[in-house]
Design a protein around this ligand. Structure first.
Ligand code: UGA
Length: 444
């Protein structure tokens, strides 16, 4: 059992802290945001992450997890994780001020035998920068070592991903420090990739940029499917079953959002440009992604004509299902585009309404308490986030609430035939549009 301090109780820090406690380590999670700390200390969880609450509760009850705002917890720690925010700047570069700040405070307190693990996603070379801070604070003495150990958790399935990772990546320039970090994960049955610190930092960006590329690729193929009369689900399955291609992260729709893919791809483009490398491939990934919400609105206009004065029920606000996170959410971009065209938007999300309300401040949106309420009197309903709940909505009840009879599926989540049985037309992405008799009556 090791004494671990995790700095930062955001998505990454909180899941890391809870999971290390579950592995039997004694963890203090240091958080300086007062409101978030209060929530955690009073037994709450400041984020929506399925399955996290019971792990935190048990760890706290077992005396293996505590929350604090006191950096002095670093005294006596074997390992200190940095899991602070690394937000993007306008030019795509990464703001490392929270890393620098935490590093300075850790440097003043950590033992020379300690290890500082960088969990935050940071540009290549940041480990060297933190190592230099440690060395500058303790000149002419042995110093703690910095190790890169990127996280690959997905919001919404973070607990599963932490327990059953595809791999653990440990980038250490000093083998002893890498050994200490590897020992922390001894309870996991997974492949451990040991490498240099810089390689490890780049692994994280490589994984996210490749997944983002797959999504933009799937969206490009979906556009071709629309024009050529092919079915994107079958095309991606047929191609993906080739083991070299793979089937996951191939679902087209409104594109990728969230706090990771857009930021990490932008950062990699920025780093590449700084190094004089042509980053055209990733620039295209971003431009394909950026066009999707507007293209989807144009598709709606093809069906509905002008959106001015139309009521649109939008299902989903979060950047993906099973989270309350709306950062870079395509759903919000879609809503902004609809409102800009004069549509009246009624929106619903199972968890993200509070965050969306803040983000859409000043934009005229009615936030509803249920999917059926958002659909009430709507000329059309749009699925903007892949919440599985939306796939379970009874199409007959949906149809009975709506004024119009068309559903736009921006996540290819719904069953077109089931909707058709309730007289609803279906427009997906790269899928054949399904029109019902009701439509023909409506058009006539
Ligand atoms: C992503 C990675 O999947 C994690 O491995 C990584 O640890 C994390 O970023 C991070 O860097 O912290 P996350 O942002 O939580 O995780 O969400 P994803 O499940 O990857 O989805 C990202 C976006 O892509 C969402 O907007 C989602 O709707 C979209 N997406 C995903 C698609 O449009 N199509 C797909 O097939 C898959």
């Amino acid at each position: 059992m090791s004494n671990v301090v995790v700095i930062g109780a955001g998505y990454v820090g909180l899941v890391t802290a809870a999971f290390l406690a579950e592995l039997g380590h004694c963890v203090t999670c240091v958080e300086r945001h007062e409101g978030r700390l209060e929530t955690l200390k009073s037994g709450g969880i400041p984020i929506h992450e399925p399955g996290l609450q019971p792990i935190v509760e048990k760890a706290v009850a077992d005396g293996l997890l505590a929350f604090s705002d006191d950096m002095d917890a670093v005294y006596g720690a074997d390992v200190v994780y940095l899991a602070v925010g690394t937000p993007p700047r306008e030019d795509g570069s990464t703001d490392l001020s929270q890393i620098d700040d935490a590093a300075a405070q850790v440097a003043a307190r950590i033992a020379p035998t300690g290890v500082v693990v960088i969990k935050s996603t940071v540009p290549v070379g940041t480990g060297d920068r933190v190592q230099a801070v440690l060395e500058a604070a303790n000149p002419n003495e042995p110093t703690a070592a910095v190790v890169s150990n990127p996280e690959f958790l997905r919001e919404g399935t973070a607990v599963y991903d932490a327990r059953f990772p595809d791999r653990v990546v440990i980038g250490a320039n000093e083998p002893w420090a890498g050994d200490i970090v590897e020992a922390l994960y001894a309870g996991l049955r997974t492949r451990v990739v040991r490498t240099t610190r810089r390689s490890s930092e780049l692994i994280k960006y490589t994984a996210n940029a490749f997944l983002a590329t797959r999504i933009s690729f799937a969206n490009t193929i979906a556009q071709l499917c629309d024009t050529k009369g092919a079915v994107v689900d079958d095309v991606m399955l047929g191609a993906g079953l080739d083991k070299r291609v793979g089937t996951s992260f191939f679902v087209p729709g409104l594109g990728f959002g969230g706090s990771c893919f857009p930021k990490d791809v932008a950062s990699l483009i920025h780093e590449g440009r700084e190094s004089g490398i042509g980053m055209d491939l990733l620039e295209s990934v971003v431009s394909v992604n950026d066009q999707l919400p507007r293209a989807f609105v144009r598709r709606m206009e093809e069906e509905l004509g002008s959106l001015r004065g139309r009521t649109i029920g939008v299902l989903g606000l979060a950047f993906k299902g099973d989270t309350d996170d709306v950062r870079e959410s395509r759903a919000l971009l879609l809503i902004e585009a609809l409102v800009a065209r004069g549509a009246t938007v009624r929106a619903y999300d199972p968890e993200a309404t509070k965050n969306a309300r803040r983000e859409l401040d000043g934009i005229d949106v009615t936030f509803c308490r249920s999917a059926l309420s958002a659909a009430t009197d709507a000329d059309a309903v749009v699925v903007a986030t892949d919440w599985q709940d939306f796939a379970r909505i009874d199409p007959h009840r949906l149809a009975s609430r709506m004024r119009g009879d068309i559903v736009f599926d921006g996540r290819n989540l719904l069953d077109a035939d089931a909707l058709a049985s309730a007289g609803l037309d279906y427009v997906g992405v790269g899928r054949p549009t399904v029109r019902t008799d009701a439509t023909f009556r409506r058009v006539a």
